[in-house]
Design a protein around this ligand. Structure first.
Ligand code: COI
Length: 359
């Protein structure tokens, strides 16, 4: 841990905070934030303070070259007084993989967790207690160095903000197969959680939404034949009772929820396959009934069943059931562990150290 400071303005920020009645994903900002600076090869001391605008020079590198990475995590307080986190060490490890790809400094686990733990501990009483809701945590890092030199830079800011939220896509989803654009190049940054991957997906998503869909489904960048992911979620299909998901190729994200689902499915005795999933074969299997469910998953979304896959020309492929059995069972197992209703047989939950709570 650093010699962090707690700003006196957080007491008022927390005591005046009203948890909104409705919590659409990511819309309500949490009241406090954590930040720490990295300058010339050294991390400084953290600061926990009231949420407020940042002061950045217009030449900050992040504003020009998009040097930024982030993580998505949740703190849960359903069925319990004390907050818990879910597999935060995986988020830390992925954060550092993203940092390496984006020429940013790695952050020690203690410092990454200092921000996450302090924001969670001080916000504990405003963590929603309804099933499916949580405090969404957003650790992120950006290049704060102020010059237009086109290079990796030497000054970075790591921050943690939060948003009390319900799941990102409650209910079933309709997904448009994106056959024109691709999300990430081979050897590109698709496996890193960096802002540009998301910004470059928005045009496709807007197009999908204009056609009545929720999200776009990306195909592989080389042949546009194999399924990759949905920008904000990983993809699964249930074919003849077995669970299939695209194998990690480097151009799609190694999701924490994806990994957890694979472990849970294995525990349930479901056969799992990580492989190239050809979109046209999958469509044929949906039409023949061999593929009974498709669903997507992510920290924000948990698990969302997909009811419809669609093409640009208006063709729609309807899943037999809009709410599949296996996706519902997996969602309940995962959420049951996260919300402390079911035994945490994998040892995934972490409590916040006592030292991080206000004294
Ligand atoms: C998440 O599920 O946490 C994500 O990172 C997706 C998104 C909200 C950008």
């Amino acid at each position: 841990m650093s010699n962090y400071k707690i700003h006196e303005d957080i007491a008022a920020a927390l005591s005046s905070y009203q948890l909104p009645v409705k919590l659409p994903f990511g819309l309500a900002p949490g009241p406090i934030m954590y930040s720490v600076e990295y300058v010339d090869g050294k991390w400084g001391d953290g600061l926990l303070e009231a949420n407020k605008p940042l002061s950045l020079q217009p030449s900050a590198k992040v504003l020009h070259y998009g040097q930024e990475i982030f993580e998505g995590m949740k703190a849960y307080r359903v069925n319990q007084q004390r907050a818990t986190l879910f597999r935060p060490e995986r988020n830390w490890a992925r954060f550092n993989q993203s940092a390496q790809r984006m020429a940013m400094p790695k952050i020690p686990e203690e410092l990454f967790m200092e921000g996450v733990n302090l924001v969670t501990a001080y916000s504990e009483t405003i963590i929603p207690e309804k099933s499916g809701e949580s405090l969404y945590l957003r650790p992120f890092m950006f290049a704060s160095e102020t010059n237009l030199g086109v290079s990796g830079g030497n000054q970075f800011t790591y921050m943690v903000i939060s948003s009390p939220s319900e799941a990102m896509h409650p209910g079933t989803m309709k997904v448009l197969i994106e056959r024109d654009f691709t999300r990430a190049a081979l050897g590109g940054t698709g496996g890193a959680k960096t802002g540009g991957n998301y910004a470059s997906s928005f045009a496709s998503r807007q197009h999908a939404q204009s056609m009545g869909f929720d999200q776009s489904l990306w195909l592989d960048p080389r042949d546009q034949k194999n399924i990759e992911e949905l920008s904000v979620m990983n993809f699964f299909a249930v074919i003849n009772g077995e669970l299939h998901t695209p194998r990690l190729t480097g151009s799609l994200l190694d999701g924490v929820t994806r990994d957890s689902i694979l472990s849970l499915a294995e525990l349930m005795g479901v056969q799992i396959h990580q492989r190239a999933i050809n979109i046209d074969e999958l469509i044929a299997q949906i039409q023949s009934g061999e593929c009974s469910e498709v669903f997507c998953c992510g920290t924000g979304a948990i698990i969302s069943p997909i009811s419809t896959l669609g093409e640009y020309d208006g063709t729609r492929y309807q899943l037999v059931k809009s709410n599949g059995d296996l996706s519902l069972r997996l969602r309940e197992s995962l959420l049951g562990i996260q919300e402390s209703r079911l035994e945490d047989s994998f040892g995934w939950l972490r409590t916040i150290p006592d030292a991080c709570y206000p004294s």
